[in-house]
Design a binder for this molecule. Structure first.
Ligand SMILES: Cc1ncc(COP(=O)(O)O)c(C=O)c1O
Length: 491
């Protein structure tokens, strides 16, 4: 059994006082996570004793304990009474298996409206103890600051009420988005950005710009139910592309579909996929943009979770590799800032004019006041500060829920380890039924979303999605324990 830091390279890695990013306990946790994932520390091996590591790293015992607690929440170590901390097999080895149904590659009529309507009606959007809707807990929304910015904007621009689109509003926000776009590898031009009523309007406009009733659109399997709902309403059919829980959509399949011109467009989530949580590597984003350019088939890139990586810097987007304007980038301030502002945006490349036209004939313009307030928030640098705090908190919340699932759900449960966003995708053991779990849980006031809502072919009957944006409380622990019992009983 090893009792000191296993990898000599570790001594030069973050974790030593004052180097690397984020709090020291997190750096130490990251270091051991890296070793466990690379197999340098094998499952069952002992980590250095708390005291030895504290001395070796010149940090306090409390810091090491916090690092080990963090690793426990990530499901990577377990504490054994009076014996120390031991490595466990990482969550990736317990990742959900791909569903056989997702490999059918047939266009599907979508008939999920009823399931989804009932699911949404049952969930009081982010109420305490809810693992349903993907919203930040109220404590992470900078309510005081946003209200102040809204009041200031109203005072400075009283004319915001007497016109549809105030140039200083939508235009000002588009300029700030364009400025920020360097952070995700783009050089967007403000004139080409359309501000929308949330990401949902951006996605609707993009779909309508590139596909007509009866067309087939490639989607990941599983994918965000809201997109399926929008496609159903537009009379579009879905073709589910097999999607690996951590590596993303199968690009060879997508290429084959593009080559056969079997789809009018593809819709992908490159960062913080909902529900799988992966962040696609840069090479895959480049490949996606290349596919769109080579085959001249548009790719709609949904990046609403892009500002919420759970580890590392803000990831780039496929749009940054788009040279011919074939990638339509859709995003939103709902997930990282506030869903109630209803602010999203779309940069539609060569479809920009059509998107503008469709926006004009659906909602005409976006409310001026939220645009003014958020433009000021971004311009002043306070948005980036808010993001730093939110990412840390969210990372912690996701880990707490994952840890509780690992402790309370029956043997054989599989779950993702998200790299971005705020949801966990849980595959229940022995083909337990996710809809039954969701119904039974709702009767006890606990909200999860069933896997059935994320695939038109019904490829994930044994999965549920847990949203982790809410503050972790004793009630959350009780709810996950109760969920575990419900899963145990579900047939
Ligand atoms: C992947 C994804 N795209 C888009 C949206 C919609 O975003 P908005 O609330 O800004 O309309 C959501 C909301 O849950 C989402 O999860």
């Amino acid at each position: 059994m090893r009792t000191s830091t296993a990898d000599p390279r570790a001594r030069r890695r973050p974790g030593a006082r004052g180097r690397g990013e984020g709090p020291i306990y997190r750096q130490i946790a990251d270091l051991f996570e890296d070793q466990i994932r690379r197999g340098v520390l094998a499952p069952g091996e002992r980590l250095p004793s708390v005291r030895a590591l504290a001395t070796e790293r010149s940090v306090s015992i409390a810091t090491v304990l916090q690092a080990y607690l963090q690793l426990g929440r990530r499901g990577l170590v377990e504490a054994r009474t009076r014996s120390g901390y031991y490595a466990r097999s990482p969550f990736t080895e317990r990742a959900p298996r791909r569903a056989a149904g997702s490999a059918r590659l047939q266009p599907q009529e979508i008939a999920l409206a009823d399931v989804i309507d009932r699911m949404l009606a049952a969930d009081p959007a982010g109420a305490g103890g809810s693992f349903g809707a993907t919203v930040l807990g109220g404590d992470l929304v900078p309510t005081g600051l946003l209200n102040r910015l809204l009041r200031e904007a109203a005072r400075r621009h009283p004319e915001h009420l007497s016109t549809y689109e105030l140039p200083a509003a939508a235009g000002g926000l588009a300029r700030q988005i364009a400025r920020r776009s360097a952070a995700f590898g783009c050089r967007l031009e403000p004139e080409r950005i359309t501000i929308t009523c949330g990401g949902m309007e951006a996605l609707n406009l993009a779909l309508r710009a590139v596909a007509s009733r009866g067309d087939v659109v490639a989607v990941e399997s599983p994918t965000y139910y809201g997109v399926l709902q929008a496609m159903e309403a537009l009379g579009l059919r879905a073709l589910e592309v097999p999607t690996h829980p951590s590596e993303g959509p199968d690009l060879a399949t997508l290429e084959a579909l593009f080559r056969r011109r079997a789809v009018a467009a593809a819709l992908v989530m490159t960062n913080g996929h909902n529900p799988l949580g992966f962040v696609l590597p840069e090479a895959a984003k480049r490949a996606l943009a290349g596919l769109a350019a080579r085959h001249e088939i548009p790719i709609i890139e949904d990046d609403v979770y892009g500002d919420l990586p759970l580890r590392g810097p803000r990831p780039g987007v496929a749009k940054s590799f788009d040279e011919g304007g074939h990638v339509i980038l859709c995003s939103s301030f709902s997930k990282a800032l506030s869903p109630g502002l209803r602010l999203g945006w779309v940069e539609a490349g060569r479809h920009a004019r059509e998107v503008r036209r469709l926006k004009a004939l659906t909602t005409i313009a976006t409310a001026n006041l939220p645009c003014l307030a958020v433009a000021e928030l971004v311009a002043s640098g306070r948005y980036e500060r808010h993001l730093r705090r939110t990412r840390l908190a969210l990372g912690d919340r996701v880990e707490r829920v994952a840890d509780a699932v690992a402790r309370h759900f029956p043997e054989g449960t599989r779950l993702t380890r998200p790299a971005g966003g705020c949801v966990l995708w849980v595959q229940l053991p022995r083909r337990r039924n996710g809809v039954e779990v969701y119904r039974e849980a709702a009767r006890s006031g606990i909200h999860v979303f069933p896997g059935a809502a994320f695939s038109p072919s019904g490829a994930f009957p044994d999965c549920v999605r847990l949203s982790c944006g809410g503050a972790w409380t004793e009630r959350s622990e009780r709810c996950v324990r109760a969920l575990g019992r419900i899963v145990q009983r579900a047939g």
